[in-house]
Design a binder for this molecule. Structure first.
Ligand code: ADP
Length: 448
């Protein structure tokens, strides 16, 4: 087992990893930018290294700085968290060359899943159901029209190099396609430096259902059921729950086995998430994330496992501590993402936290790096906390969420906390009757 792990991240996820390390008796190294000298992850780690100025390109994304920090402190492994370098195959390669262990899958798997076309092809070959669409990239208008007519309108044009919900355009008909195709390519080039796009059938009212998988890197893999992340704004998740309110035990077992078998076949190592759109009882693969997800705690709650601990064990060459038969669902969990943003525009709201009080009590988990007087820097993601509740069933989880939101105090900046209080009053949220478009329509109705 490792003696010392460096966490190449910040905020709540850095704390999450430090906590797992501490329980395993592993020393931790935090890295930080000059803007994060007072951050909680720096205070909580055993050691810390400043790796550069505020912009993440010069700090949290600086591979040489992070590798030097490993060498100076003697850290043997790096946990990347999510975002930043977590899905950067070149980084993984570079670590290997320096004899540092990456806590995550092999570079080759990150590379395959990082390119959406290769990912979809691989998924299809592995027996995973995919969304109907173009066979590969589509680079001219004539082909775009032909493919779209074949799969039928509406269609969605997506960037091959896409991520974070960016670079997607919907076309209702051939006329709309002309504009959508051109803008999607231009946006993809601007955002990802790569104009390549592909086309898929646009599903009208799907749910976003994702399967958590975990592999030992030697051909054994399990699934940990699904998370329903349909409550989204601009393709960004806002609330997640597990199990999915509309997924049956049979559906879970079927799609779960397909996913576990697929990752076992490629000897995948560590945590991964296979994302699907779900409509009328059918699952359609959209992408695979080769890392720990923001919303992993809802899965941890219902299965009673520590996914970060398992990631560390597998990276160290040890066995994961569960087999498929050990994994039984217990109750229901819901996570809400607390962002420092002003609703309804969701504009970032950095600044000083004048008062912070975390909720507690039975079935409540608050993952956050906030503290009284903390100044949220304007340079990074606006996620400042995740409130996760667990109950015996969905109604109990909802009641607990409402109670916990009542206790939570985040003063000094605008946040999404009031939004969740409003959402909980909605009958559709109470009953679980929402698709990926529900939230945007609700926001339109409420704030116009
Ligand atoms: P990203 O990597 O940018 O997050 P995804 O492929 O995961 O992109 O898609 C993000 C979201 O976009 C999905 O959760 C869904 O809301 C929407 N979406 C993607 N593909 C389709 C599709 N074929 N039909 C309808 N909505 C889609």
């Amino acid at each position: 087992m490792f003696d010392k792990i460096l966490i190449a991240n910040r905020g709540e996820i850095a704390l999450r990893v430090i906590r797992a390390c501490r329980e395993m008796g592993i020393q931790t190294v935090a890295v930080h930018s000059t803007a994060d000298s007072d951050a909680m992850h720096v205070r909580m780690a055993d050691e810390s290294v400043c790796i550069g100025p505020a912009p993440s390109t010069d700090s949290y994304l600086s591979m040489p700085a992070i590798i030097s920090a490993c060498e100076i402190t003697g850290a043997q492994a790096i946990h990347p968290g999510y975002g930043f370098l977590s899905e950067n195959a070149n980084f993984v390669q570079m670590l290997e060359d320096h004899g540092i262990t990456f806590i995550g899958p092999r570079a080759e798997h990150i590379r395959i899943m990082g390119d959406k076309i290769t990912a979809k092809e691989t998924a299809r070959e592995l027996g995973i159901p995919v969304v109907p669409g173009s066979a590969g990239g589509v680079d001219d208008m004539a082909e775009a029209k032909r493919v779209s007519a074949e799969i039928g309108y509406p269609v969605i044009i997506k960037a091959t190099a896409g991520g974070g919900g960016r670079g997607m355009k919907v076309a209702q008909d051939e006329k709309g396609l002309e504009v959508a195709f051109r803008t999607a390519r231009a946006e993809a080039k601007a955002a990802f430096g790569n104009p390549d796009v592909y086309i898929e059938k646009y599903l009208q009212k799907p749910r976003h259902i994702e399967i958590q998988v975990f592999g030992d890197g030697k051909g054994r893999a399990v699934h940990l059921g699904e998370r329903d992340c349909s409550l989204q704004r601009r393709h960004q998740k806002v609330l997640e729950e597990a199990p999915g309110p509309v997924i049956t035990a049979e559906e879970r077992a079927r799609i779960g086995k397909i996913c576990a078998d697929a990752v076992a076949a490629i000897q995948y190592a560590g945590a991964g998430t296979i994302e699907f759109l779900y409509e009328d009882g059918e699952f359609y693969f959209i992408e695979m994330n080769t890392r720990l997800q923001v919303e992993h705690p809802v899965t941890e709650a219902i299965f009673g496992v520590d996914l970060v601990r398992q990631q560390i064990l597998v990276a160290a060459g040890e066995e994961m501590e569960f087999q498929q038969d050990d994994l039984k669902i217990n109750g229901h969990a819901i996570e809400v993402r607390i962002n420092a943003e002003k609703v309804p525009g969701f504009t970032p709201s950095p600044g000083r936290i004048s008062q912070y009080h975390a909720p507690g009590g039975l079935g409540v988990r608050m993952d956050s790096a906030l503290y009284d007087g903390y100044r949220i820097p304007p340079f990074y993601d606006s996620l400042i906390g995740k409130l996760i509740v667990h109950g015996r069933d969905r109604p109990e989880a909802l009641a607990r969420l409402s109670r916990a939101l009542g206790e939570l105090i985040v003063d000094g900046v605008d946040s999404t906390v009031p939004l969740f209080r409003e959402l909980l009053a909605e009958p559709d949220i109470q009953s679980g009757d929402y698709s990926i478009h529900w939230l945007e329509r609700w926001l339109d109705r409420h704030y116009g």
